[in-house]
Design a protein around this ligand. Structure first.
Ligand SMILES: *Cc1c(COP(=O)(O)O)cnc(C)c1O
Length: 218
């Protein structure tokens, strides 16, 4: 779908929810996409992109950033501790702060690098055993722990369980964010970004609706 269709749908969803059209940031999730699809979207004017894998992003983005000024990069996939330094150097935002050990590591790296990406705490709203994220009833304590480390999370992020109605998960995340005194909500993907905007999303992470289906990771 052309980028302009997605931005028009975001604007319409904001209007319907009585929200300002610039209240929502579109993150174009370009993981695993063929390069020509990504450069086409850069040429259409999109500047905010999401990636899942640190090494893939390190290969792709330094060159494109040289060609296309103003790119903002968001890490939306899980972050291993040993990639924390590379992630802080490359990304403007990290949406997968999901455990105390990672918070401690990021706090040290942010100090050492003098560079602090915007941080989202990932919450496992469905309490799925295989999924990353702090549990809902641990979110407030986790955010407080981050603050004692001098990290200042900007918001919360979740990925609702496959097959579930996502809306209750968006609502739960919104309530938790309010309890934590946080303004930003990273929710909504290709299938549900309009519903997420109705529930207060400030960042929607849209991949396949913009770029088409992506090849499987090998
Ligand atoms: C891949 C991915 C997306 C984009 O998913 P689509 O369904 O292609 O829009 C969003 N968020 C995260 C965390 C992802 O891994």
């Amino acid at each position: 779908m052309p980028l302009s269709d997605i931005t028009a749908r975001i604007t319409a969803a904001c209007r319907a929810a009585g929200r300002a059209p610039d209240a929502v940031t579109l993150i174009a999730v370009s993981k695993l996409q063929p390069p020509e699809r990504v450069t086409a979207v850069l040429a259409e004017g999109q500047r905010v992109f999401g990636e899942n894998y640190v090494q893939e992003a390190q290969r792709k983005w330094p060159g494109w950033r040289g060609e296309w000024p103003g790119v903002e990069l968001h890490l939306v996939g899980p972050l291993q501790g040993n990639k924390a330094k590379a992630a802080v150097q490359l990304f403007d935002a990290i949406h997968s702060l999901d455990r105390v050990a990672l918070a401690e590591r990021l706090a040290r790296v942010v100090q050492a690098e003098g560079r602090a990406p915007q941080l989202f705490v990932q919450v496992n709203t469905g309490a799925e055993p295989q999924k990353a994220g702090v549990l809902p009833d641990e979110a407030e304590a986790f955010v407080a722990r981050c603050r004692t480390l001098d990290l200042a999370p900007a918001g919360l992020m979740c990925i609702p369980p496959e097959g579930d109605d996502p809306v209750p998960h968006f609502r739960l995340l919104g309530r938790l964010a309010r309890d934590c005194g946080l303004d930003m909500l990273s929710v909504g993907m290709s299938a549900d970004f309009e519903a997420a905007i109705a529930e207060g999303a400030t960042h929607v992470r849209v991949g396949s609706a913009i770029f088409g289906d992506r090849p499987a990771k090998d």
